[in-house]
Design a protein around this ligand. Structure first.
Ligand code: PGA
Length: 250
């Protein structure tokens, strides 16, 4: 029912030439499977070249962020409509590095969600708790607050544009994972909350897991019934490991 989605978040990595080459290799790897979707998030500057390098392939290309504003005098920003115009298939929002390093608030992320949905673009919303929040027993409350804040009040016909990436902050780039059981527990909790917000959409919405996903652990995590894919940082930057992630993602 839910097609698995393997997404690579390239963050602020790679030269233009490296990005183009990696995009072509990802397209070759993705061509071997028609039962799973593949998505990459290059930087804004790499986006157009990467989209060209993957044109006609099974790889979708998205952007890692967008402005909370529509257009106008916002130096250094890029709008959702500009991302759409360039051909972006998805916009990633609320990544933990933007929440915790750049200090984006829930209300600011909500504004961005609205900009993306106004454009009819797909929004991948990242949520996740810090280690302190997990250790104090607040992980579920934190994640559900992030979901409520970003998604309550969106229009019924916009829900089909939403996917979620659950990424525990303490697992990102650290080599530490949530256990498959812990991931499943949180994903089921998220799906239940989505059902409360929109019952019809919940069974079909894709919820990805992220945080130190590697070729050797993706299989166990994706075997969980509510885990529909992976959002991968470090291991998406090399063609062989991303190819193995795509291969093992069932
Ligand atoms: P990681 O990053 O796979 O390097 O932990 C995941 C992410 O930040 O999306």
């Amino acid at each position: 029912m839910r097609t698995p989605l393997i997404a690579g978040n390239w963050k602020m990595n790679l030269t233009l030439r490296e990005a183009e080459a990696l995009a072509r290799q990802v397209a070759d790897a993705a061509a071997k499977y028609n039962d799973r979707d593949v998505l990459i998030y290059p930087t804004f500057l790499q986006f157009v070249s990467v989209a060209k390098a993957t044109a006609g392939s099974r790889v979708a290309v998205g952007v890692q962020n967008c402005s909370a504003e529509k257009d106008g005098a916002f130096t250094g920003e890029i709008s959702a409509s500009q991302a759409k115009d360039a051909g972006a298939a998805y916009i990633l929002l609320g990544h933990s590095e933007r929440r915790h390093v750049i200090k984006e608030s829930d209300s600011f992320i909500k504004q961005k969600v609205e900009r993306v949905l106004d454009q009819g673009l797909r929004c991948m919303l990242c949520v996740g708790e810090t280690l302190a929040e997990r250790e104090s027993g607040n992980a579920e409350a934190v994640v559900l607050d992030q979901i409520n804040s970003a998604l309550s009040g969106i229009k019924p016909d916009q829900w089909k544009l939403i996917s979620i990436a659950y990424e525990p902050v303490w697992a990102i780039g650290t080599g530490k994972n949530a256990t498959p059981d812990d991931a499943q527990k949180m994903h089921a909790t998220i799906r239940k909350r989505i059902a409360e917000l929109n019952a019809a959409i919940a069974p079909g919405i894709r919820i990805l897991y992220g945080g130190s996903v590697k070729p050797d652990n993706i299989g166990a995590i994706m075997a969980m019934p509510d885990v529909d894919g992976a959002l991968v940082g470090g291991a998406s930057l090399k063609a062989d490991s991303f190819g193995d992630l795509i291969k093992n993602a069932k």
